[in-house]
Ligand binder design. Structure first.
Ligand code: MN
Length: 308
């Protein structure tokens, strides 16, 4: 997980879970998708101290859910899944073919998540994950909301919940802030779809690291922890103190997943999509262990605020 590719997850407060996620939502690396890669990711996630692993499902049709289910169980981990859509599967498109392909992919991702024992699918599920050169069209937004509504309903039948990740303007043209996510969800009309916040993206788009967490508190279901440059936590400009205090104030109890990328280990496709042009770390296991300690330390500290 951590090392290989890309993301590592870290923890949840209730049952503290830290996890690492191997891929980025945007793409799965070949490493992640091979059976050996799936197993190695789970083992390394556990060794780093996390208790949840987030597998990337960029291609849910080619992912071995049975192997993942066994790897997760063998390592005592909880599991979740993430992905980002492509142009060919963009449910915010005006093209009916792309919308249908995207819905089919999301439904399969929900099934795979269920098959490996997970209960959440997160990421850029509502549009392609790329830089758009124009705003989303009203027709495209309707398509996006309709598909998310139907997939959420299907997910509910399998006990799998969707969490829509708010990302920066260079990776989608639909949800760049927490408030936009709340408005999108209100229009979708389902109360079981969650907001997924990521500190790396918040640091680019939000007014601060506190207000979005409090604004989304009732709907916040998933969190990614990433530094401003996606490297070691604490070496960038993200105000983690404010963010973790806000999580505590909001009473958040969901997953807190560390996410990092390095061109040294991320697949070319993913690196290019996310703009990973330089190496910020080389030892993924050390990165993951450091992130796990950093996140758990922050969560532990804010737990004591109630005593103040
Ligand atoms: Mn993220």
């Amino acid at each position: 997980m951590v090392s290989r590719t890309d993301r590592v997850g870290a923890t949840s407060r209730t049952g503290p879970a830290a996890s690492v996620s191997p891929g980025c939502p945007a793409c799965g690396s070949h490493f992640t998708h091979s059976q050996a890669g799936i197993r190695s990711a789970a083992e390394r996630t556990r060794r780093a101290g996390f208790d949840l692993i987030e597998y990337p499902l960029m291609d849910p049709f080619g992912f071995d859910a049975a192997v993942a289910r066994a790897a997760v169980a063998d390592n005592g981990l909880a599991v979740s899944a993430s992905l980002g859509l492509s142009d060919a599967t963009d449910i915010s498109s005006e093209d009916a073919g792309a919308v249908a392909a995207g819905e089919a992919l999301l439904r399969r991702a929900v099934e795979v998540t269920h098959e490996m024992g997970g209960v959440q699918v997160c990421g850029v599920l509502y549009s392609a994950m790329r830089k758009y050169v124009a705003p989303a069209s009203e027709k495209g937004l309707v398509h996006s909301r309709e598909v998310i509504g139907r997939v959420a309903e299907y997910g509910a039948s399998l006990g799998v919940r969707l969490a829509l990740e708010v990302v920066n303007r260079y990776e989608t043209n639909i949800l760049n802030t927490g408030r936009q996510a709340l408005a999108y969800l209100a229009a979708t009309g389902r109360d079981d779809v969650a907001v997924h916040l990521d500190t790396y993206h918040m640091n680019i788009e939000e007014s601060d690291m506190t207000a979005p967490v409090l604004d989304c508190a009732d709907r916040l279901g998933y969190v990614h922890i990433g530094e401003s440059h996606r490297g070691y936590l604490g070496t960038g400009s993200v105000d983690f103190d404010a963010f973790f205090k806000a999580l505590s104030r909001a009473g958040y109890t969901g997953p807190v997943v560390f996410e990092s990328f390095s061109s040294a280990v991320v697949s070319p496709t993913l690196s290019n999509t996310l703009g990973i042009w330089r190496n910020l770390w080389q030892d993924g296991d050390d990165l993951g262990a450091h992130a796990n300690a950093y996140i758990r330390g922050a969560l532990r500290a804010v737990e004591t605020i109630g005593l103040h």
